[in-house]
Design a protein around this ligand. Structure first.
Ligand SMILES: O=C(O)CCC(=O)C(=O)O
Length: 264
């Protein structure tokens, strides 16, 4: 559960951090899945050579999306009790899981994901009814390009245009002096609402860094939003523990999925 101060920070500035959300065995399990994704080639490099089309041969922003179709572990994560508790504290209940993805930045060649507000994609009528949960799968530092946010930016809607360093992203202009970097140990997390402008930076180290991102939206805002990634009911009367959406009971499986993968 988040403290009153963490929740208040989210309300006041549009984001809050939880430096130890996942423990060492959970991180081992998540990284084991990441390794499998890499080996099986389940992601793709979305970085382009400045024209928004031609894939870069020198920069890599390796995006794996969606995750729930590729991994029982990541399918189970939004139903994990501590995740449900935190999301409910921040945006209220009931809520759905909207999107799940990983951005992997290889050492030296890893490219950032440029500044944007998620609500420029999702178009929820109130951006504060949704939140991202961004989890550091490796220690995330200034040097390897951790997540940066623009405090208070959720109070304003910024114009976006196509980001020509990616094959599908959009981006916005930001005064970098106002930006706040969020260094985190592996297993730490940042929650930021759909209106909070954020970016990651290039990885200037020899080691890879990955960020795991989920997006959650209050159920009463689903009808008015662009549902990129679909909607899985996590809490509320329409929630079936994943049965309705996936055909199997997913809620309650997090610990067993972690156990299966953590000591591989
Ligand atoms: O991890 C990244 O590079 C970008 C994450 C992000 O922008 C998002 O999840 O909205």
């Amino acid at each position: 559960m988040l403290t009153t101060a963490q929740i208040q920070h989210f309300r006041d500035y549009g984001y809050t951090t939880a430096p130890i959300l996942f423990d060492a065995s959970e991180i081992r399990a998540m990284r084991a899945e990441l390794e499998r994704f890499k080996q099986e080639g389940l992601g793709r490099n979305v970085a382009t050579a400045g024209d928004g089309v031609t894939h870069s041969e020198t920069e890599v922003n390796y995006q794996i999306i969606p995750l729930n179709t590729k991994s029982d572990l990541f399918r189970a994560l939004p139903f994990c009790p501590k995740v449900i508790a935190c999301i409910g504290q921040l945006i209220g209940t009931p809520f759905v899981r909207q999107l799940d993805q990983i951005f992997l930045k290889p050492g030296r060649t890893g490219a950032g994901t440029d500044w944007h507000q998620d609500n420029a994609y999702f178009q929820a009528t109130d951006p504060t009814a949704g939140t991202a949960l961004w989890i550091a799968l490796h220690d995330a530092t200034l040097e390897n390009g951790t997540l940066h946010v623009l405090p208070n930016s959720h109070r304003q809607q910024f114009a976006h245009e196509r980001d020509l360093s990616s094959d599908h992203h959009i981006h916005m202009q930001v005064d970098e002096k106002q930006a706040v970097p969020i260094p985190l140990p592996a297993g730490g997390a940042v929650f930021f609402n759909y209106g909070t402008a954020h970016a990651t930076k290039r990885n200037n180290t020899d080691h890879e860094r990955a960020g795991l991102a989920f997006h959650f939206l209050r159920t009463d805002f689903v009808a008015g939003a662009r549902l990129v990634g679909g909607a899985v009911h996590i809490t509320g009367p329409q929630a079936t523990g994943g049965l309705a959406e996936y055909g199997v009971q997913v809620a309650g499986s997090w610990d067993a999925e972690v156990e299966k993968l953590a000591n591989r």
